[in-house]
Ligand binder design. Structure first.
Ligand SMILES: NC(=O)c1ccc[n+]([C@@H]2O[C@H](COP(=O)([O-])OP(=O)(O)OC[C@H]3O[C@@H](n4cnc5c(N)ncnc54)[C@H](O)[C@@H]3O)[C@@H](O)[C@H]2O)c1
Ligand SMILES: *[C@@H]1O[C@H](CO)[C@@H](O)[C@H](O)[C@H]1NC(C)=O
Length: 437
């Protein structure tokens, strides 16, 4: 919407100028000029629409136009009642509590982090666009859960600068927990622009508004273990190279880390990036293996188990969501204040990156065995070669840095965590009409 608003005053004007020498030779009056302006405006709008929906990318896949429709969707926000809800949700219970804007609050990690912050007395305001990358009814159910604990989720896109500015006008957030993103590794081949939209443009929108806010908040945001890409040295340490991403998703997260560096350097924003390692747990993401394996095992459908070249094991450093939440809260609590004001840097500010993993990689076939035991159903396994479209063979976090500086210490093993996930899954999907899509 905003770029249409931005472009239309200049282009019809230009069109008018080119026509003016011809127009001078004939007598014309105001109404014909008005008509011309009107029709050139209509033509211009038409050209924009043609550009959006007939662009080369949208012929190869129907999804990018879907994205534009999504990003052009308007949300209703504003008004005294809305502002009152925003304020109430953001209010802290204790005097030195934090006031946190949580983006992606209707998401898996966002819901858990928001609930944990609210529980300990911090003010929390959520922001989410409820997109349909996966079943939005799950996002709505998480929203209902948060609403019961007093967290309001504003419905909107992180690219909506006017909305973000409004939120900072209404509330002086001390912290931003930025979790909104286009997640998933394989979907990047279907809908690449959604990654650019949310993970790059969206991050820049958030940082732009934060750098202009008075006071500037401290920002903690989700990067990903996927930045290690084709790295083969394990365990992955923050000092290792991250310049060989294996997916567009990974590349956008890596870009995010560089963008964070820039905003820290130029504007004095305090920035902490957290590289999550395969997070799982109740209210999880249906596009992740542990989730759809559970669904398919229960349905008696065969599940693909990836194997690397030469029967190599594919393994993940699965990290339980409660451990991730503890890491997120510790990152917020240890974040130093941003140093800039009035959009200008006043001194050096904190810039950090931490791995948040479990430090014990588990082969995917073991994950399936645990699920079989918990579900009391034998899985139909079909072993498949790991496709080279983004997934890496192995992840393993070195968490010594997070341990030292955040006091981060994961305590849930895969067996214990999956038991909690399965219990949630069965009660959420078996309790009524709902079924996993
Ligand atoms: N779950 C994992 O294993 C994992 C691993 C590494 C990194 N991460 C990162 O952690 C963060 C949270 O992941 P998650 O698993 O909770 O994913 P999720 O998809 O459940 O949550 C993301 C939320 O952000 C929202 N969102 C997306 N684009 C938006 C936009 N443009 N404007 C407003 N809202 C938008 C979505 O609607 C969704 O509710 C993401 O940044 C993700 O990339 C997750
Ligand atoms: C983990 O990283 C730290 C630095 O943060 C390093 O000193 C240590 O040797 C690493 N551990 C392993 C097992 O690689």
């Amino acid at each position: 919407m905003s770029h249409i608003d931005h472009d239309n005053p200049s282009t019809p004007g230009k069109f008018k100028m080119e026509k003016s020498s011809y127009m001078n030779r004939i007598r014309w009056h105001y109404s014909s000029l008005a008509k011309l302006t009107f029709w050139s405006f209509v033509l211009f709008l038409g050209l924009i629409l043609v550009f959006f929906f007939k662009s080369p990318t949208s012929t190869s896949s129907p999804l990018p136009s879907d994205l534009y429709r999504r990003s052009l969707r308007t949300y209703s926000w504003g008004g005294p009642a809305w502002e009152k809800r925003v304020r109430a949700s953001s209010r802290t219970r204790s005097r030195n509590g934090l006031s946190v804007l949580v983006t992606g609050a209707a998401g898996f990690v966002g819901t858990h982090v928001s609930a944990a912050l609210k529980r300990r007395g911090d003010g929390v305001l959520g922001l989410d666009n409820f997109n349909d990358y996966y079943d939005p009814s799950l996002k709505r159910a998480r929203q209902a859960l948060l609403e019961r604990s007093g967290v309001f989720i504003v419905e909107g896109d992180i690219n909506d600068i006017a909305l973000l500015k409004k939120l900072f006008e209404v509330v002086a957030f001390t912290h931003v927990m930025h979790l909104a993103a286009q997640a998933g590794v394989r979907y990047a081949m279907e809908n690449p622009s959604s990654y650019v939209h949310s993970n790059i443009a969206g991050l820049v929108s958030i940082l732009e508004v934060c750098k202009s806010a008075n006071p500037q908040p401290a920002i903690v945001w989700a990067s990903s273990s996927s930045v290690y890409g084709l790295n083969t040295k394990v365990p992955f340490s923050e000092k290792d190279r991250t310049d060989q991403p294996a997916s567009l998703y990974a590349a956008t997260k890596k870009a995010g880390e560089e963008i964070a560096h820039t905003y820290n350097h130029i504007y004095g924003l305090s920035l902490t990036g957290l590289r999550f390692f395969t997070v799982y747990g109740p209210w999880g993401r249906p596009d992740m293996a542990y989730f759809f394996f559970t669904k398919d095992i229960l349905k008696g459908k065969s599940i693909p188990i990836f194997e690397a070249a030469n029967h190599g094991t594919v393994a993940r450093d699965f990290t339980y969501v409660d451990d991730i939440v503890k890491g997120c809260l510790a990152a917020l609590d240890t974040a130093e204040k941003s140093t800039g004001s009035g959009g200008k840097k006043k001194g050096p500010a904190q810039l950090r990156v931490f791995n948040l993993g479990n430090t014990s990689p588990v082969p995917v076939s073991d994950l399936v065995s645990i699920l079989e035991r918990l579900l009391k159903v034998k899985a139909k396994r079909s072993v498949t070669k790991l496709p080279r479209n983004g997934d890496v063979q192995f992840t393993h976090a070195n968490i010594s840095s997070a341990q030292m500086e955040l006091g981060y210490k994961p305590t849930t093993d895969l067996q214990t965590g999956l038991k909690k996930f399965v219990r949630w899954y069965l009660s959420y999907y078996d309790s009524g009409k709902k079924s996993a899509q």
